[in-house]
Design a binder for this molecule. Sequence first.
Ligand code: PLP
Length: 444
Amino acid sequence: MDHASKTNALNLDNFWMPFTANRQFKATPRLLAQADGMYYTDVDGNKVLDGTAGLWCCNAGHGRKKIAQAVERQLTTMDFAPTFQMGHPIAFDFATKLAEHAPGGAAAKLDRVFFTGSGSESVDTALKIAIAYQRSIGQGTRTRFIGREKGYHGVGFGGISVGGLVNNRRVFPQIPADHMRHTLDIERNAFSKGLPAHGIELADDLERLVGLHGAETIAAVIVEPMSGSAGVILPPKGYLEKLRATATKHGILLIFDEVITGFGRLGMPFGTDYFGVVPDLVTTAKGITNGTIPMGAVFASRTIYDGLMAGPENAIELFHGYTYSGHPVACAAGLATMEIYEEEGLLTRAAGLAGEWEEALHSLKGLPHVIDIRNLGLVGAVELASREGAVGARAYDVFVDCFQKGLLVRVTGDTIALSPPLIIEKEQIGTIVSMLGDALKRAA
Ligand SMILES: Cc1ncc(COP(=O)(O)O)c(C=O)c1O
């Protein structure tokens, strides 16, 4: 069957696609059928080099047999069991394994793990834990959150409230939250390699918002240590340290949303390790199961966990949880994933490739429309000048062009983002960059 007939034979009407221009997509669909290693194969049998680890999640590449076997084993041993007032060993085993790699290492004591089903659930869980903890220590007036412009924290009502992307917010009501300014400053920091030099003063926004609202109303501040979804926005040097200090000074909890930066993306197990700044809560998902089975986890400090383990022993300490918190099949996938990460050194492999990646990406400087290039670990972004009156159109065209030539990239506005699987070989870095470069040369 050729592409047209295969696509035509498919009924595209019923699946309401997420974060997609449904009518545009269904008129000219892009359909993936298989995945192995660094490559997808589309429905026509064309290979597509995965420049985005799926959606920032397949850090160990695709088609990992070890994960498939673990999932099959678990499904046939015990497909599901509840974790409300019941337990099963694999959920405890997986939490123990995650604790071995917990953000910040043993000293940070961020090793109490609450399981969720996604990044959005991890975020809303962390926000609720923050409020509950504050209340447990007599700080019940702290119910407000501070997020940041351009932050992405998923699509729950908590996540969109602390998030800073207007399209995700404008239609929906929100919980009390205010926002610091974002740290993207192309004028001062264009073509920085790694962390930008300018912008540490933006962390003073937290102090300003404390002045505006009163510290006693603020439960937590949440940021992505490196913003991924809004177009790869890096923290200026010293910025996260300053946030930590201000939060501590005012009794505000610091939450790092590591749904993207977790599990090796920056060349360290977590952004917490990479930046050497220890938050109170860390949200994760995506790479936790290599993207195979939906799952997320919140790492909480022992102080927070112990603080909430109060009251009578027969009382439920936190009225929160999901049917799928600690799902046995997801835990099996997660354990197998962590074994692969350990065996192949993937939680730190990006560190050895980051220099090569940076050089390759920055070789695109000077190509048509390129106004900035940003990189950190195995993350990259190429920012294009927008077409007059059509923000995002140019990058979208580049994305479609790349896909047709066999490269998957991701676009947000006019930013092209790259985050390949951490198994990438050096030659494939060259291939990604040269394919993207060719597409940029063709771009109108
Ligand atoms: C930083 C961050 N937080 C939360 C989320 C939401 O995760 P999910 O789509 O699994 O709900 C994402 C997804 O990209 C993310 O990047």
